[in-house]
Write a protein that binds this ligand. Sequence first.
Ligand SMILES: [Zn+2]
Length: 285
Amino acid sequence: MHPTPEHAAPEDAEARRDIAPVICYPTDALPAPDLSAYRAARESWEKIADLRVPPREALAFDVPAGHFFRITSVEGPQVGDLNLFSADLSERFYSGKTRALHGTHLSRGDRMWSGFPTMRPLATITEDTLDWYGIDAFGGSVHDVIGTRCDPYTHCLLSDGGQYHHCCHSNLTRALAEARDLPLRETEALVHDVLNVFMCTGFTRDTGQYFMKASPVRPGDYLEFFAESDLLGVLSACPGGDCSSEHSSDTAACYPLGVEIYRPKSAPEGWAPPAPNAYDRSHGL
Ligand SMILES: [Zn+2]
């Protein structure tokens, strides 16, 4: 937030503001995914699962390495909060570093990176039917890694003690606990910041606040991923529906989300599962 200034601007304030930004993490050195090889592998694929995430609930699904999965809009505009784990839960999606590398919103060719110390791609986005949206006049775009996930704690703070149990955080916790037969408290600690699939978000230019607006997604749209290792995905159909008004309540119109899993006949040409990060972990000692 930006309070009314209490400190006078220095004489060279404008000159300081006029300095051009530099990209924090130029990605030229990152190994680029071979999208043409991924796409060629789809030619022979076979759909092996067609799942539904009920509105205001979450669903866990396993995706073997070398398979593809799609998150699809099936009945109406609906956003989804995606958590991604290695199948053994030892690695988790790191939304902050993914954002630092690929920007605030993800699309085709971007990776979903795991946290330290492995820091490697868990999945690669291979198709995005909303890539036409770009960045709108408000600075909004789709599939963000800037939000966290709607959760009952923030809701409780902002609603004078309100108790709501179908925020994405709770939905993800319940679905993960059931999928891996884990205690609720232990499971909750594994739930992490999400990829907001289909959600249209940005930051207001005047106050820098996180905003959302009606998602442009329509039935038939999808976001497609290639599993770089054996994965467990957990997807929540957000109680905010298309996130045009409010979440953390049963007010918004909500729809299911589809999850389709595909097995190609052979792995993409030249593909190998990514190795763990090569940093030696001595930290200077
Ligand atoms: Zn949500």
